[in-house]
Design a binder for this molecule. Sequence first.
Ligand code: ATP
Ligand code: MG
Length: 464
Amino acid sequence: MFKGFTRFLQHPGERLKNFFATQEGAGQSPGMRIIPREDHPVSRSLFSDAALKVLYRLHNAGFEAYLVGGCIRDALLGKQPKDFDVATDATPEQLRDLFRNSRIIGRRFRIVHVRFGREIIEVTTFRGRPNDDHGEHVSRQSEEGLLLRDNVWGNIEEDARRRDFTVNALYYNIADFSIHDWADGARDIESRTLRLIGDPETRYREDPVRMLRAVRFAAKLGFQLDADTASPIHELAPLLLQIPPARLFDEVLKLFLAGHALDTFRMLREYQLFAMLFPEAEESMHELPWAEALIEQALTSTDARIHQDRPVTPAFLFAAFLWPGMVQRQHTLEDEGMPPVPAQQTAAQQAVTREVQHIAIPKRFSLPMRDIWELQQRLPRRNGKRAFQTRDHPRFRAAYDFLLLREKAGEIEPGLGQWWSAFQEADDHERHRLLGKVDTGPNSRPKKRRSRKRRRQSAPNQND
Ligand code: ATP
Ligand code: MG
């Protein structure tokens, strides 16, 4: 890593006096360590102009202003930070007065968005410790310890204690470019450890989404979960069922669209968190021999596209997660005598209805997802004009990619995908030759249609 920072971490004793704050009073504590500018590699050139503008305007107006969270963590890890979170002692109302281009958002956790063109800087007022003096409108906790509202203002020290992980509680001070390390986060960055601040079980009960964040950061940063941070997760995973599906949807996008979807998925399963997000997908992976491979292939190709800077759509990922369960439902309906097309429509509807109780998938993603599914029935039927109509469908490309996944995963015999690859590349003459071969061509009958287990439609599901 960078020289000064490593030296500081290896020989903290040498410079102890500099690092441990000596003054008493607000904002200082014996546990806080100040890393001066010359001992860390985080330079202002890593920050966006918008982030710097916010910091300076706050500073010039007499407020405290720090960059905190992912941007400082990532900068210390030698990565270019993407989004910037500012922490300050200015209240949301004071922020609104200071920045014309700002908006207060959130109820559970009020923050201010300051907008500069397409960039948004998130500005958060220091959180304090809720106590009985505060009314319900600022702070509320359920009997199980879940924080329903967290809008009590405090000082930076209290704010640091309420953050999730030690590596997320590093504050870059615009006043002197030092970093304030409140929870030994610098050391955990050096040893690549993800550690919750405070008692892990209490912190997960306050906000179960922290379990997902633990997995997300561990997978993204290649960090180990500290043993005490990891151990309560198995038991507490079901607390995620209390989280509003709309919040989980946002979280799911962050989990799977950050370029580390496969590692994240495996780790989520290891901690039994995945089943809380996609219960039917988890069940189907135990019942269908190809389901896990299909989902893993989808995640692998999502990661590859992100690393190549190619666009990805969540609709494709949701299509893969929910497909195996939908197929099982469809087979049950077909066995009951329903023809394939309505059986798939009904099965799709049922699968989505169950899933949105957990993850609020907006229609703008669930509709294209269902198109991708529906096209799976049309791809084998290529007679006459059909092949051309299918090729011209707006969702054809995604559906074709999805077909390739199904073949690779072993759900269906390979062949149809290759036909479509050839058809897309062919000239007119070659296309007609390919169409002539359709009757004897490959089809998409499931390989092991009979290996599925029957689903009892009427039995209430425990996870619902
Ligand atoms: P990234 O932006 O790379 O996903 P981040 O750490 O910046 O990572 P954000 O969701 O942007 O994550 O949150 C900013 C900071 O706010 C975090 O670093 C953390 O200090 C704090 N924070 C966010 N969510 C929580 C939470 N659920 N509990 C406690 N602190 C949180
Ligand atoms: Mg952030």
